[in-house]
Design a protein around this ligand. Structure first.
Ligand code: HEC
Ligand code: HEC
Ligand code: HEC
Ligand code: HEC
Length: 170
């Protein structure tokens, strides 16, 4: 009996990870309608540098950094896009609304949203998690905020997370 429940647990785990692997990237515009108020997640993100990270790769500063590395156009090169655009790193099959232009978007930090964005799921934290929602922590930030970044100036989690804070008020 015990053995059977372990097998069942493993099967359920494999099934849920298989389902999660298919969650698609819907883009920030599909979070906007519900996240304008309370923690103001959408407007805070839209005003942040994350939302403009692709735009930054088109700047003269970016072109200069690129030129030194033999990269003609940083805004189309995977070596720069990997940290500056969520959509650019996503398998084409999983694109369902997200665009390259929205830069570092919600779903980089919170996971692909196609399954958890349904209102009934969103209101229930456990259901959110089962459907692929991630609650990001410092480790998430360090994937990009590290010395591989050509302009890295260090990373202080407390300071940086305060700059992008959009938690719902208690
Ligand atoms: C249909 C409305 C709706 C849409 C669309 C929606 N959300 Fe939500 N979301 C909610 C509601 C309602 C909650 C519950 C908390 C609250 O009242 O703000 C929530 C909660 C959350 C939470 C906290 C969940 C937890 O339990 O920790 C995150 C993170 C979140 N949403 C991100 C997103 C992202 C990213 C998208 C787009 C991919 C999105 N939401 C789309 C309505 C929505
Ligand atoms: C997918 C990569 C990625 C992840 C993950 C990421 N960031 Fe960023 N972040 C960037 C990029 C790229 C920029 C620069 C955007 C620009 O200037 O165009 C940036 C800029 C910022 C800035 C603005 C810094 C300034 O100079 O004003 C803050 C603050 C910030 N990030 C905080 C965070 C925090 C906190 C986390 C984790 C919760 C995080 N970031 C996760 C890529 C990322
Ligand atoms: C490992 C992730 C990563 C990679 C790869 C990356 N960047 Fe960035 N980039 C960042 C982060 C994070 C920031 C925000 C600066 C900070 O606060 O540390 C940033 C900021 C910038 C800025 C703004 C500089 C500033 O001082 O605000 C430019 C320009 C830039 N990156 C160009 C590029 C170019 C060009 C490439 C490709 C050659 C590239 N980046 C590759 C993570 C990355
Ligand atoms: C750079 C990473 C990053 C991006 C981009 C980002 N978030 Fe978040 N988000 C966080 C972090 C970190 C928290 C706080 C998590 C915690 O400690 O509870 C958070 C919290 C939230 C919460 C509140 C959860 C709560 O407990 O109150 C909501 C809702 C949310 N995000 C929605 C969004 C939406 C919608 C977008 C895009 C418009 C977005 N986020 C973009 C990192 C990010």
């Amino acid at each position: 009996m015990k053995k059977l429940s372990i097998v069942m647990a493993i099967m359920l785990f494999l099934l849920s990870t298989a389902l999660m692997a298919q969650n698609k990237y819907v883009g920030a515009k599909n979070c906007k309608m519900c996240h304008m108020t309370k923690g103001k997640a959408y407007p805070v993100w839209e005003a942040s540098k994350h939302a403009k990270a692709l735009e930054t790769l088109k700047s003269d500063a970016a072109k200069k950094i690129g030129a030194a590395k033999g990269i003609a156009d940083p805004s189309t090169d995977a070596k720069c896009l990997k940290c500056h655009s969520t959509a650019a790193g996503v398998d084409a099959k999983l694109i369902a609304g997200i665009t390259k232009e929205e830069g570092v978007s919600c779903e980089t930090c919170h996971g692909a949203g196609s399954a958890y964005k349904a209102p009934a799921v969103m209101r229930n934290h456990d259901a959110c998690v089962t459907n692929g929602l991630i609650t990001p922590d410092e480790k998430m930030c360090l994937k990009c905020h590290n010395s591989e970044s050509p302009t890295f100036k260090g990373f202080d989690y407390a300071k940086y997370s305060a700059k992008i804070a959009h938690k719902n008020p208690k």
